[in-house]
Design a protein around this ligand. Structure first.
Ligand code: ATP
Length: 316
């Protein structure tokens, strides 16, 4: 039987004739449990991913070669060559399907670079979905997720979106069946990024010297908190094993976390490997207030409000 979302009519099999625009969210980790270092160099993760309403947008048009242009966050800093995850994703899809890797791609970036919000992974996910539609290759979500996992640990989640459990190195996703609750966040964006591999190395160093806090372990408490649908309960369950490493690399984040909680957020944590800090608030109005106070306190470059969960990469 054909999956309901699989495009099956003639026009779509040939691919889209006009531009394909895909919107993709940023992610935060509500729980990021970092286990031991594996033999392949990755850490074993136990995480709960959550997609929030800060988006990058990728537009794909027909072309004779593969080109990438961009605007927004990171313009002028981010290389647009074969090292860019957008180009790598387009080549990966072309290699898997046999399609010619020809497209004119344009990225509108709102997710900050190296911010711990998985912007690069989001762009890779958006590219897979956009080029699959442009080229009419019609892959299933599972096939796309398979290609995604080779591009990066967070990429399969950004195809799915919502709230999901991630295991392995984060690439093995199982959706969390959450009833229709919308959570309200404030996202405090820092000046400059932090390197994810460096944050993991710093955590290893802190653990070796006994300077890291106790490891978070299982996601059970977080999953139980999500089911209660009360932001005050969820606030108590948020946790990130990489937070100590991010604070050690960027001590000023302690002031950001403190300012958010002083402004009335229910809890604040570093997002992924940082330096972005995310704050859970009681409702949308509180989020606006906390964002304004964080900006006034000068403890971040910019504070944005967001809600989650939202869908993963989708054609708009
Ligand atoms: P994560 O949370 O997945 O660890 P991050 O949010 O900290 O990632 P990203 O913005 O995803 O960081 O980028 C990490 C690095 O990936 C960048 O410094 C850049 O060198 C590289 N990169 C390649 N392509 C992209 C892209 N399209 N957008 C952002 N970064 C990219």
């Amino acid at each position: 039987m054909t999956e309901p979302w699989r495009r099956d009519d003639d026009e779509e099999r040939r691919g889209a004739s006009g531009p394909v625009r895909v919107r993709v969210p940023a992610k935060v980790n509500l729980h990021l449990g970092v286990g031991p270092l594996r033999r392949d160099g990755y850490h074993e993760l136990n995480t709960v991913y959550h997609a929030i309403s800060i988006y990058d947008e990728l537009t794909a048009r027909r072309g004779d070669t593969l080109t990438l242009t961009m605007e927004g966050e990171g313009t002028g800093e981010l290389a647009l060559d074969d090292s860019n995850l957008v180009i790598r994703a387009a080549h990966a899809l072309a290699g898997y399907t046999g399609a010619a890797p020809h497209a004119r791609l344009h990225l509108r970036k709102q997710i900050p670079l190296a911010g711990g919000l998985a912007g690069g992974s989001a762009d890779a996910a958006a590219t897979l979905v956009a080029c699959d539609a442009l080229w009419g290759t019609g892959l299933s979500r599972d096939e796309l997720a398979g290609i995604a996992a080779d591009l990066g640990s967070d990429v399969p989640f950004l195809i799915h979106g919502g709230t999901a459990l991630g295991t392995g190195r984060g690439e093995a996703i199982s959706p969390v069946l959450a009833r229709a609750t919308s959570w309200h966040w404030v996202v405090a964006i820092a000046d400059g990024g932090l390197s994810t591999p460096q944050a993991y190395r710093e955590l290893d160093r802190l653990r070796e010297t006994g300077a890291a806090g106790p490891a978070l372990g299982s996601t059970d408490a977080l999953l139980a908190a999500l089911r209660q649908r009360d932001p005050r309960v969820l606030a108590l369950a948020l946790g990130n094993d990489l937070q100590d490493a991010a604070l050690s690399m960027r001590p000023s984040l302690a002031a950001t976390l403190k300012a958010g909680e002083a402004a009335g957020a229910l809890a604040g944590i570093v997002s992924g490997s940082g330096p972005t800090c995310v704050f859970l608030t009681a409702d949308a109005a509180d989020a606006e207030r906390v964002a304004a106070e964080l900006e006034a306190a000068g403890v971040c470059r910019e504070a944005r409000t967001a809600h989650g969960p939202v869908h993963g990469a989708r054609v708009t």
